[in-house]
Write a protein that binds this ligand. Structure first.
Ligand code: GLU
Length: 443
């Protein structure tokens, strides 16, 4: 039987000043969709820099999207019909790039937002790619390995015609894995008639994956937290972190914040709930426990807490690493972290973002914070094209260079325009995409 959190650390009992929420009320941003949030972010950056209206109008729309229907034979012999999407948001700077999500609540609106964010993300990191995203409406947790393989292959048979290393390259995202990327690359190779593994990234190393891709999203985020702490004059050694979401990004963020920064991870959570230990949670032990039981909840020696409580903990770094909209007007005023490092895509709604800024919380926006994944995906594309595979140390070195340069660009832009880091990242991105659009003569 587990105890509950003692009152002095309980977020339900925080000693906080009343806070002016401005327009961020319970009824405000929470009803917006991910894509309307993405457009608000774009409009805000466009207003600061006085973006040409024609360029803005172009950037407010996905350039191309494909909706597909897939019959899949299930293990019980029956056929189920699945639906999926691939959105190619903007490829002015290079081939579209972005993950595929398998999720029961996937919608075209979410995939559009995620594809837009990929366009900005690749531009912030200054890698020569555009932005795309895919999604399949399914519940992977209730499907067998065989069913997942047949669904993955079916998706590629439908969407493969608009994919390819010169056109659009998917990667893992929520509930998709290196194994799924391998099945997809295999199916595509048979469609082409030759091995064309460069159609996906995040593949297993044995079939053209890159060393260092597994922990790349988290590693990039950790580099950003390190740079933010330098900027703020915070010593991270022994400082606390809380991580919401324990998939690939969240779990590696736990490992690397301890190993590389000497931090203490006091709370982590997954979709079933969270765990807390003021002395710090051991990554290897939590990972082994989750693999064995399917969740972090009930981890021996920890106290239970909800995902909501985790977000409101008084920690140095809060790392949302799950889904969109976790920090909204419902909880923004109660966030107490010094730094919010967005490893998830779109975890903070635009209204909540303003509240965090007013509270003086240092935001490392998703476009920058989680861009390590797509950056090493780009390195994987380079390796697939050249046929020359890098050592892990070379991947880490190049990632370090890209992340610190992007951090600097965002930080300097924020100071120059007196805006938050998210608007600054959008400004860096939009300027770079605009330059490509102009050079290509589109506007
Ligand atoms: N799904 C990851 C993201 O949202 C990685 C995308 C990629 O590697 O293409 O950034």
């Amino acid at each position: 039987m587990q105890e509950s959190i003692p009152p002095e650390t309980s977020p339900s009992n925080p000693a906080q000043e009343p806070f002016d929420l401005g327009s961020c009320t319970l009824d405000s941003g929470d009803h917006d969709t991910p894509f309307s949030n993405a457009l608000r972010q774009l409009d805000e950056a466009a207003a600061v820099i006085g973006l040409d209206p024609a360029v803005l109008e172009l950037l407010r729309w996905p350039m191309r999207e494909l909706h597909v229907t897939m019959p899949v034979r299930m293990d019980d012999g029956k056929t189920r019909i699945f639906h999926g999407f691939r959105v190619q948001y903007n490829d002015a700077r290079g081939p579209n790039k972005g993950g595929i999500r398998f999720h029961p609540e996937e919608t075209i609106d979410t995939v559009r937002a995620l594809a837009a964010w990929m366009t900005w993300k690749t531009a912030v990191l200054d890698i020569p790619l555009g932005g795309g995203k895919g999604g399949v409406v399914c519940d992977p947790k209730s499907m067998s390995t065989g069913e997942l393989e047949r669904l993955s292959r079916s998706y590629i048979r439908q969407v493969g015609r608009i994919l390819g290393i010169e056109k659009d390259v998917p990667a893992p995202d929520v509930y998709t894995t290196p194994q799924i990327m391998a099945w997809m690359a295999d199916e595509y190779s048979f469609m082409q008639g030759y091995n064309d593994f460069g159609v996906t990234t995040g593949k297993p190393v044995a079939i053209g994956g890159s060393l260092g891709r597994g922990d790349a999203t988290a590693r990039g985020g950790i580099i950003c937290i390190r740079e933010a702490a330098r900027t703020l004059g915070i010593d991270l050694h022994g400082a606390t972190a809380a991580i919401n979401g324990y998939g690939n990004a969240g779990s590696f963020a736990h490992k690397l914040s301890v190993e590389l920064l000497g931090m203490k991870v006091v709370a982590v959570s997954d979709s079933r709930g969270g765990i807390f230990n003021a002395d710090g949670l051991d990554h290897a032990a939590v990972t082994e426990y989750k693999q064995r039981t399917g969740s972090v909840t009930g981890f021996p020696g920890s106290k239970p807490l909800t995902n909501g409580d985790l977000l409101e903990l008084d920690v140095t770094a809060l790392i949302p690493a799950a889904l969109e909209g976790e920090i909204s007007c419902r909880n923004a005023s109660k966030i107490r972290a010094r730094i919010v490092a967005e490893l998830a895509n779109g975890p903070t709604t635009p209204d909540a973002d303003q509240v965090l800024r007013k509270k003086g919380i240092y935001m490392i926006p998703d476009l920058l914070c989680n861009a390590g994944g797509v950056t090493v995906s780009y390195f994987e594309m380079v390796q697939n094209t050249s046929g020359w595979y890098w050592e892990e140390e070379a991947v880490h070195r190049q990632l370090e260079k890209k992340m610190t340069a992007a951090f600097k660009a965002v930080h300097e832009t924020a100071l120059r325009h007196d805006v938050g880091n998210r608007v600054a990242a959008m400004i860096v991105a939009v300027r770079r995409v605009e330059e490509a659009i102009r050079l290509r003569g589109w506007v």
